[in-house]
Every structure is written in structure tokens, then in C-alpha cells.
Design a protein. Structure first.
Length: 245
């Protein structure tokens, strides 16, 4: 059963080592996003789940062990997260760093040293129904499940070098922010893949997995951060059971 959730973006620059010399003084907006992600991930651990499931977009549906590594080499950044051959997609690479930074590692469950950790890639193009079904299955894997959904909102404004306003992208991001703040899983379940593709949204599939996992759960939400420092909107939210603030 889903008892907590978090939504975080996955820009490579969220990992300080990717900033190089600027790591000691990151852009204020990016720094705020990073701090909000840390708060959201710590809240997952504080919920005392048996399982922390991390879901992020990738080229195909695939479950990875919690020890799997990822890298930013394809982005021209010599950074590796974890040990061994890098196999994780970007979304799960950033998520793995967030978990490590929060001191969350693959444990044997609440009876031991910590929650079990699952890294799940979901195909970027997966149909809504498939995403919802996957979410239901994840929520059934343990009595107490916390889910971290990785995904960026609209990046369409980043295509315009002039930085001109994009009313449709802004409307989408505002509506998404409201849904996350209200823990509105039904709104996420209705996301249209065609519209999200037009708006260059990277988080749709992962958010719909979250919607499926939240079926039957009574959670309240908080929007922790909303920023678009590079023309891409980054949203951070935290969902929990009533009375857990």
C-alpha cells in the first residue's frame, strides 16, 4: 500500500559534481530545487516504509537492483553514481544520487537496517493504462510502500533562444503544480501522452505510475518547489498520510 510519495526532477546538474567549479556556488534556483528534493526524499524515509520504489522514464520497462550504477557521460560530464558498469537511465541515475545523498541504501526491510529499494524504469512512451497498472503492482509489493517519481515538466520554452513566453506550456506547468500540491492522482491519470510530447514533458509516464500506485490511498500533498532556470520546469512535491507533516 502506498503510504508516501515524492516527485522530483532529474536534470544532470542536480548532482553537484556535474557543476564542476560552480558546485560551491550553484545558481540560486537550482540550489532551491536541490534542497527541496532532499526534503522530499528524507520524508519518504521518515514514513518508515518497507519498500522505497523509484520510478523514472527510460527507453524500456526494466527493473534494476538497488546497487545498479548510472553515469552522466552521455551528457559530456565525467560523473558516475554507484559502482560497476553504468546501466541506469538519467532519471534513475539522479534518483540513485538523491537516495545516496539521503543515506538511503538497499536494506533488508524495516526488520533490519532500512527499507528495501527498487529502481524501476518505465518506457517513456508507455500507454497510460500500462503505467497505471504498473503503479498498482508496485503498491502491492509491500505493506508500506513509498514511491519516488522522477520527471521534468515542460521543456518547450528551452527550444526558444529568445525565451519568449509559451502560454500553453505555462498553463500545463501551473495545472501540474496544482495537482501535485493537492495529491490529485486522478488528474495525473488523465495526462495525455500526445499533449505531453508536444510540450516536451519528460515525467508523464512516471507520474502515471504514481497515480496507479495511489489508487485507494488517502494522501495529502505539498508543493515544495517550482522553478525553470533553464527553460525547463522543475517541480518538487511531497505526499504523505494525513497528520504526518
Amino acid at each position: 500500500m502506498l503510504i508516501a510519495a515524492a516527485v522530483c526532477p532529474h536534470p544532470p546538474l542536480l548532482i553537484p559534481a556535474a557543476l564542476g567549479a560552480a558546485a560551491s556556488d550553484p545558481p540560486p534556483a537550482l540550489n532551491a530545487v536541490g534542497k527541496a528534493c532532499a526534503v522530499a526524499v528524507h520524508a519518504l524515509a521518515a514514513a518508515q516504509p518497507d519498500l522505497i520504489a523509484v520510478v523514472g522514464g527510460g527507453p524500456a520497462d526494466r527493473e534494476y537492483p538497488a546497487s545498479a550504477a548510472g553515469s552522466l557521460h552521455e551528457f559530456g560530464v565525467p560523473v558516475t553514481v554507484g559502482e560497476g558498469e553504468p546501466v541506469l537511465p538519467l532519471s534513475l541515475t539522479v534518483a540513485r544520487w538523491l537516495l545516496d545523498n539521503a543515506g538511503i541504501t538497499a536494506g533488508p526491510g524495516r526488520g533490519g537496517q532500512g527499507p528495501e529499494v527498487l529502481l524501476q524504469a518505465v518506457n517513456h512512451t508507455a500507454a497510460p493504462g500500462e503505467c497505471l497498472k504498473l503503479g498498482v503492482l508496485i503498491a502491492e509489493r509491500a505493506p508500506r510502500v513509498a514511491l519516488l517519481a522522477m520527471g521534468d515538466a515542460s521543456a518547450r520554452r528551452a527550444r526558444d533562444a529568445e525565451g519568449a513566453p509559451d502560454a500553453e506550456a505555462q498553463e500545463y506547468d501551473d495545472e501540474l503544480a496544482e495537482a501535485l500540491a493537492a495529491a490529485d492522482a486522478r488528474w495525473l491519470a488523465r495526462l495525455d501522452p500526445r499533449r505531453d510530447d508536444e510540450l516536451m514533458v519528460a515525467g508523464r509516464a512516471a507520474w502515471q505510475v504514481l497515480a496507479g500506485a495511489a489508487t485507494g490511498a488517502r494522501l495529502h500533498g505539498r508543493l515544495l518547489s517550482m522553478a525553470n532556470p533553464y527553460g525547463v520546469t522543475y517541480l518538487v512535491a511531497s505526499w504523505g498520510e494525513p497528520g504526518t507533516d
